[in-house]
Ligand binder design. Structure first.
Ligand SMILES: Nc1ncnc2c1ncn2[C@@H]1O[C@H](COP(=O)(O)OP(=O)(O)OP(=O)(O)O)[C@@H](O)[C@H]1O
Ligand SMILES: [Mg+2]
Length: 506
């Protein structure tokens, strides 16, 4: 097997105070399928930047050692030559999409290779078709759903047909069909002789196709070997999550604190939400599920008046949101965005955590310290929230919502980019909040998490609520949709479980 990438004694740091990668030696051969795992902040994305030359060509920092791609040190290779060898799908798809349309984004790299216009157009359509996104080609990336952006970013890299494809958590935010589609594409590319390097948190499924597994820990290679052995190490490190069994909770039959009545929403002439009616009572924990582009994020933006219905109404804590500003509702509803970047105001983590909390009387330092502890943010307080790993950013964004203690918490994809350890910690934390009467609304594609954290599921399909009820009932409906996964119903039936002591919050 021919070596395509070699790292020799690689150290890298963004800031002078600490090395992020500390002595990486790796050799990756052609036609390997490598899955790279590790906790949040262990250095996975940084490794990705090294492979396609973002480090040292674009990302600032200090690099020592050598990264050799196709026989040349990446320092000596022009970025365009590197791009032909190694394509990187970034962890944050928004960073990869900067043109006016999806078609232009996919064509962008091909144009920099100097291809013929007609051939480029053909290639753009072919790649879009292979990822089922032809209908998005003329859309602006800004207006796409999270999953749609992800597919567009993957398409923009695959269009270049690099010999090595590196993907940094490409399945995050994808629905089940999208996951199957991308996995299938990677399998085919591998069979066709390409090298695949897949950075992934959910190793259970990803690992099946891999020929090799690398696990990073604190910037070093902890393990490099077979996927089967890698899986064992992953489990031992609690990076494969096993959730506590959920005990369904009864909530008092009070009047709803949120009710949407025939909510409709149009954008650019398209109907995004169609006569959505639902009621949520205090203390409920609800998962909002559905395919990419079904309207989940648009719907929850109506729950804190970021969006107003085109027709119909949303009544929140007894008041119609039509005449309300989001800032007036901040004491009642905390909404954590899908992309943490959209949420940050401050340049230091400790300040960011107090943005919401400072507006509320009654939030004390002790509470904020507890949140910090649970979200493991103690070591990041003086850092910029914009200069963290993606998982760390998401954690800061979530913690800043909880720090403010709004009685209703709305979370958009909270487990994306989170390692197994934290996903489990989040389930525990949410259970504790439920005990205190908080209301939780969670948009997620992560059904295992939804099963562990919520008692009611609402399924959106093409802007309509098509099922609303117990997870078991809704999953049957979900299963009936084309391309949906089978859900193991035996898991719902057991009531054995597990209550959390107060001590576990501290
Ligand atoms: N732009 C940056 N500036 C300074 N430090 C950074 C920057 N990006 C990442 N870091 C730090 O480098 C370390 C490794 O980050 P990296 O993004 O490579 O981790 P990761 O394994 O990809 O994590 P995640 O699972 O959260 O995506 C972390 O401690 C992180 O805080
Ligand atoms: Mg990362």
């Amino acid at each position: 097997m021919e070596t395509v990438i070699e790292l020799r004694g690689v150290h890298f740091r963004y800031d002078p105070d600490a090395w992020v990668l500390e002595g990486i030696d790796l050799s990756i051969g052609s036609a390997e399928y490598v899955v790279v795992g590790g906790a949040n902040g262990s250095g996975k994305s940084t490794l990705g930047y090294l492979l396609n030359g973002l480090i040292p060509h674009f990302v600032e920092g200090e690099l020592s050692g050598n990264v050799i791609v196709a026989g040349h040190d990446t320092r000596d290779l022009a970025v365009v030559d590197l791009a032909a060898q190694v394509g990187l799908v970034l962890q944050n798809p928004e960073a990869q999409l900067f043109n006016a349309t999806v078609a232009e984004d996919i064509a962008f790299g091909l144009e920099s290779f100097g291809g013929e216009a007609a051939l480029i157009d053909e290639k753009v359509i072919e790649v879009a078709a292979s990822l089922h996104i032809e209908h998005l080609l003329e859309r602006a990336p800004d207006g796409l759903s999270g999953g749609e952006k992800r597919l567009a970013a993957i398409a923009s890299v695959l269009a270049l047909e690099p010999s090595v494809v590196v993907l940094d958590e490409p399945f995050a935010e994808l629905d089940w069909e999208g996951v199957a589609l991308v996995r299938g594409r990677l399998r085919n590319l591998h069979r066709a002789g390409k090298t695949i390097i897949l950075i992934e948190q959910r190793l259970q499924s990803a690992i099946e196709e891999a020929t090799r597994c690398i696990i990073l820990e604190d910037g070093r290679v902890l393990f490099d070997g077979t996927p089967a052995k890698g899986k064992e190490i992953f489990a031992a490190k609690q990076l494969i999550v096993s959730y506590p069994q959920r005990v369904p909770r009864m909530v008092p039959n009070d009047p709803p604190i949120l009710s949407a009545h025939n909510l409709c929403r149009q954008m650019d002439g398209e109907t995004i939400l169609k006569e959505v009616s639902l009621e949520i009572r205090r203390g409920e924990s609800v998962a909002l599920i559905g395919r990419n582009g079904a309207g989940k994020t648009s719907l929850i933006k109506h729950f804190n008046a970021l969006l107003k219905p085109c027709s119909g109404s949303v009544v929140l804590f007894g008041e119609n949101t039509r005449a309300k500003r989001t800032s007036e509702l901040a004491a009642y509803v905390g909404l954590s965005f899908q992309n943490p970047h959209d949420q940050f105001f401050k340049l230091r983590v400790d300040q960011e955590l107090r943005v919401g909390a400072s507006m509320h009387k009654g939030v004390d330092d002790e509470w904020i310290d507890r949140v910090l502890h649970i979200f493991k943010l103690g070591g990041l307080l003086d850092r910029s929230p914009f200069r963290l790993s993606e998982g760390e950013k998401k954690r800061v964004a979530l913690a800043s919502i909880f720090a403010a203690q709004p009685p209703m918490v709305v979370l958009d994809e909270p487990t994306v980019n989170q390692d197994g350890y934290f996903r489990r910690a989040l389930v525990r934390f949410l259970a504790k909040l439920e005990e205190f009467g908080f209301t939780l609304i969670i948009v997620t594609h992560d059904l295992e998490f939804a099963r562990a954290a919520t008692d009611r599921w609402i399924l959106l399909e093409a802007g309509e609520v098509i099922a609303d009820g117990s997870p078991r009932a809704v999953s049957e409906k979900l299963h009936a949709l084309p391309g949906q996964p089978t859900v193991d119903h035996t898991q719902w039936t057991s009531r054995e479980g597990h209550t959390l002591g107060k001590a576990q919050l501290g």
